[in-house]
Design a protein around this ligand. Structure first.
Ligand SMILES: N[C@@H](CCC(=O)N[C@@H](CS)C(=O)NCC(=O)O)C(=O)O
Length: 214
């Protein structure tokens, strides 16, 4: 039976899983659940993921949530691929950056997503105070990423991996988010490389966003 992925391609953590699957050529069935229509809060979906968050995966009777772990599970089940290296240290390195992205980078980028991208879509104005309060945290972790990328093409090793996908996801609409990237040439060059990947192009979220409220 095919892996069933419950997701809305416009969201950070769903795009992450979709792009990661395409990176390694994993097959899955997309079961669309609309974020903006609140389908992740319906009882049928809450039975899969009691957090009321997208995405979730069903593999037969086995249900899994947490996007990075979903990717790790799919990677472990799939044919060997450079996108999810088998070497123990390389794999741990990929996991390290996936965890860093969930724990530090996603919260650092999220206020910019909500205030500058999502609120305007809903006809609301960005909250300047929220954005001002987010600046220090953003720069703290952007500096970590910038330093790591210096002298590297990809986050781990010589090929794009789940680490690149998981770290790129929270900044996937960085132009709309208005992320303050001016002082980070390594991040800008790297995200441009990610944006050149076929798996990233195939998961462009923009067609899945609702039109801005007028
Ligand atoms: N740690 C979770 C976070 C999932 C998450 O934040 N999902 C968002 C979409 S990107 C969501 O469904 N939010 C709904 C809500 O917070 O009500 C994961 O990585 O899967």
């Amino acid at each position: 039976m095919a892996l069933q992925l419950y997701a809305d391609p416009c969201t950070v953590n769903c795009r992450k899983v979709l792009a990661g699957c395409h990176l390694i050529g994993a097959e899955f069935e997309l079961i669309y659940r609309s974020y903006f229509a609140g389908e992740h809060r319906q009882p049928e979906y809450l039975a899969l993921n009691p957090n009321g968050m997208l995405p979730a995966l069903k593999d037969g009777s086995f249900v899994l949530w947490e996007s990075d772990v979903i990717l790790q599970y799919i990677g472990a089940k799939s044919a060997p691929h450079t996108g999810y290296p088998a070497d123990v240290r390389a794999r741990a390195d990929v996991h390290r950056w996936q965890t860093w992205s969930s724990a530090q980078w996603f919260p650092a980028c999220y206020p910019y997503l909500v205030e500058n991208a999502v609120k305007p879509l809903l006809g609301q104005s960005p909250d300047a105070e929220v954005l001002a309060a987010s600046v220090a945290t953003f720069h703290r972790y952007a500096a970590v990423l910038e330093a790591h990328l210096r002298g590297r093409t990809w986050m781990v090793g010589e090929h794009p991996t789940f680490a690149d996908i998981s770290v790129a996801a929270p900044m996937h609409v960085h132009t709309f988010q208005k992320l303050p990237l001016d002082e980070y040439p390594e991040i800008r060059a790297w995200i441009a490389r990610v944006e050149g990947l076929d798996c990233w192009k195939r998961t462009d979220p923009l067609p899945h966003f609702p039109p801005p409220a007028g």
